[in-house]
Design a protein around this ligand. Structure first.
Ligand code: ZN
Ligand code: ZN
Length: 179
């Protein structure tokens, strides 16, 4: 699916299943924990490649956030987030390059050399990994919801032309991806 959309939106039934799964995992037996340890892992890296992380298994939850804190910190209209328990997120290279900023509810870390956002430690033992940095390793962002929409300032406009690179008058091929 060239140029295809990797961001999938789950149905209500899938959301309910996801909540049931979360409840199931909170009463984890050792067998379930072993299954989690054997589940796939994904790797991510910052723009300069100095910081690398690895996450194990699938996130407990994933979605899109419209809050002001995410928007200003990422300088982006929306943030794609995925949430893991702290123990399933490992910095495997470049920990010395990480710098952090604590808002009180989010402790956000980035690479000091290139500025890429890497992760966000939450007070409840969970870590938000910025989903975009995992995409190259096969991670598919199965979002279950949008959050903090009352703080949203940019409407996501659907139906606009989607160029493979750039419009021809801006020096690109002008080719569109199928919608
Ligand atoms: Zn970097
Ligand atoms: Zn946010």
């Amino acid at each position: 699916m060239p140029g295809g959309n990797r961001y999938l939106l789950k149905t209500d039934a899938a959301i309910e299943n996801s909540f049931l799964l979360t409840r199931y995992y909170t009463s984890c037996s050792p067998t379930i924990l072993m299954m989690e340890m054997n589940s796939p892992s994904y790797e991510g890296a910052c723009l300069c490649g100095g910081v690398k992380l690895e996450v194990s298994g699938q996130p407990g939850n994933a979605g899109f956030c419209h809050c002001e804190s995410c928007r200003l910190w990422h300088a982006a209209p929306i943030n794609a987030w995925a949430l893991w328990k702290n123990e399933y997120v490992k910095i495997v290279q470049g920990e010395d390059l990480l710098d952090g900023f604590d808002t009180g509810t989010s402790h956000r870390f980035w690479c000091r050399r290139c500025g890429s956002g890497i992760l966000n430690r939450k007070p409840n033992g969970r870590t938000v990994v910025y989903a975009a940095i995992l995409a190259k390793s096969g991670y598919v962002h199965e979002a279950i919801c949008h959050i903090h929409c009352q703080e949203s300032v940019f409407e996501v406009q659907v139906g606009l032309p989607k160029y493979q690179d750039l419009p021809s008058k801006w020096g690109g091929s002008g080719d569109l991806v199928a919608q």
